[in-house]
Design a protein around this ligand. Structure first.
Ligand code: ARG
Length: 468
């Protein structure tokens, strides 16, 4: 039986009927729909609508529906079910007869879908947080084992200053920790229960909304029935956070691609995550990294889709909202599918510390340290900059490093150059010079590593609905 056909005299155009169904994609919400239905059934019994016998019949059947869905793939093959809500009602009626039709008393699919989607987002956030923690732990392990290895840091993609490899890796940890923090923030607002909001004006029975929310692990009930049935901010916020996460993954992927090219030679691609060319036998291509870069476009697209869907939508529920489901699911699936792969890649990638070190010692990346040396001797910064610039010019003409310039030539540029100059230009000295919190000196990077470890450990989320 349809959920709404009473007032209709004509059947639907079968093509329209098929076209407007959401069951093909919203069936994945079944576990949430069953949990929410159980909470509603308990509230109905409390309100005197269901007897305790009817309640236990309904609760038992809801459990049975969940079990069959897990064990019999055919069970979900129901071409008549309009959506997941209809499917559960049909199955319930098939098992417990007319009592099954009592479950919908005082409720609307508008509050049900809002509830199911909030539960979906909450669970996806918890899974994503766990995967981000794994990913961060892989990066931190690499940073830890990189020890005192150094590499060039670039600005404008031109060699700028040497940094510890660990410092470079920890830059990514900061990005992804921000993503985790955005997800945690989004979770707070997603974790409110719409049940009892009815179609738009509130339930037609005095249901215990706080109890229904608590049963589903929500922080509390939503405050306004009009908003609760039409709000999808939680989905937008979640996919926005994922789009930024995918953007960060694509920046990481791009650097790894660059650093794997022979021109840089800083990393060796792990074979388990690379592919060959059907034409050129020598090729090992960074396909995982390229697809990570490419998938970011999808996730960002889903974020825009969701915003566009809600833009200009009048209150309260409109069927347009059904279109929020697929972008939400696909954004979540894309990220949840990708994070374990980048983690595997990170565990398998080989660094080339010798090549990185050599690059860190060339390209005049100690020039700023050279200027700092003059500043320490009382030379105003701008003049020190100018003097070292002239020294760089001279060294370039001679095809040598700053360290190789004779003192006499340096003193001809500026009288403050003295015998201690050459010894301040070594890689270790330059690294140690950046001795501020957040800088690349070894002692501050060591502290930063410890701090990152602690923040990542704190990411592991609380139990999820599925785990309860
Ligand atoms: N499948 C619908 C959706 O995803 C469920 C809500 C239907 N509500 C309604 N009033 N037709 O939005």
């Amino acid at each position: 039986m349809k959920m709404w056909s009473g007032r209709f005299r004509q059947p639907l155009d079968p093509r329209f009927e098929e076209w407007q169904r959401s069951f093909p994609f919203d069936q994945r919400l079944l576990p949430f729909e069953l949990a929410a239905s159980r909470a509603h059934a308990n509230a109905l019994e409390h309100a005197g609508v269901l007897s305790s016998k009817e309640l236990s019949e309904i609760v038992r059947s809801l459990g049975e529906i969940g079990r069959r869905a897990e064990t019999e793939p055919e069970f979900l093959n129901d071409p008549e079910a309009e959506d997941v809500h209809h499917f559960v009602e049909k199955q319930l009626a098939a098992v417990v007869g007319q009592t099954g039709y009592k479950l919908h008393t005082g409720r609307s699919r508008n509050e049900q879908i809002a509830t199911d989607l909030r539960l979906f987002v909450r669970q996806s956030i918890d899974s994503t947080q766990n995967l981000i923690a794994d990913w961060m732990e892989a990066i931190i392990a690499r940073a830890d084992s990189a020890g005192s290895a150094a590499m060039p840091a670039y600005t404008h993609l031109q060699p700028a200053e040497p940094v510890l490899v660990a410092h470079w890796l920890l830059a990514y940890v900061e990005m992804f920790l921000r993503d985790a923090s955005r997800l945690a923030d989004c979770r707070k607002r997603a974790n409110l229960g719409p049940l009892g909001s009815g179609a738009v004006a509130g339930a037609t029975l005095t249901l215990d909304r706080a109890a229904m929310a608590a049963e589903l692990g929500f922080g509390g009930p939503t405050a306004n029935s009009i908003d609760a049935t039409s709000d999808r901010d939680f989905a937008i916020e979640f996919v926005d956070a994922l789009s930024l996460l995918s953007l960060h993954l694509s920046r990481w992927a791009e650097e790894m691609i660059l650093f794997s090219t022979p021109a840089y030679g800083f990393i060796e691609l792990p074979e388990a995550y690379s592919t060959g060319s059907s034409a050129m036998p020598q090729k090992k291509n960074p396909d995982l990294l390229e697809l990570v870069r490419g998938k970011a476009a999808r996730v960002m697209g889903f974020a825009v889709t969701l915003q566009t869907l809600l833009k200009g939508l009048p209150l309260a529920y409109n069927k347009d909202l059904q279109e929020t489901q697929e972008p939400l699911f696909e954004a979540s699936d894309t990220i949840i599918g990708m994070l374990p792969l980048v983690t595997g890649f990170m565990n398998g990638v080989e660094f080339n510390p010798a090549g990185m070190k050599q690059a860190a010692q060339s390209g005049f990346m100690n020039a700023w340290a050279a200027a700092a040396y003059l500043v320490e001797r009382g030379v105003p910064s701008r003049l020190a900059h100018d003097a070292v610039g002239k020294a760089v010019q001279l060294a370039t003409e001679r095809g040598c490093d700053l360290q190789k310039l004779p003192l006499a030539d340096l003193q001809a540029i500026h009288a403050s150059f003295d015998a201690g100059f050459h010894s301040c230009l070594g890689l270790d000295e330059v690294l140690a010079l950046h001795d501020v919190p957040g800088g690349t000196s070894p002692r501050h990077v060591k502290r930063a590593l410890q701090n990152a470890r602690e923040r990542v450990a704190a990411l592991r989320p609380q139990e999820t609905l599925a785990a309860r």
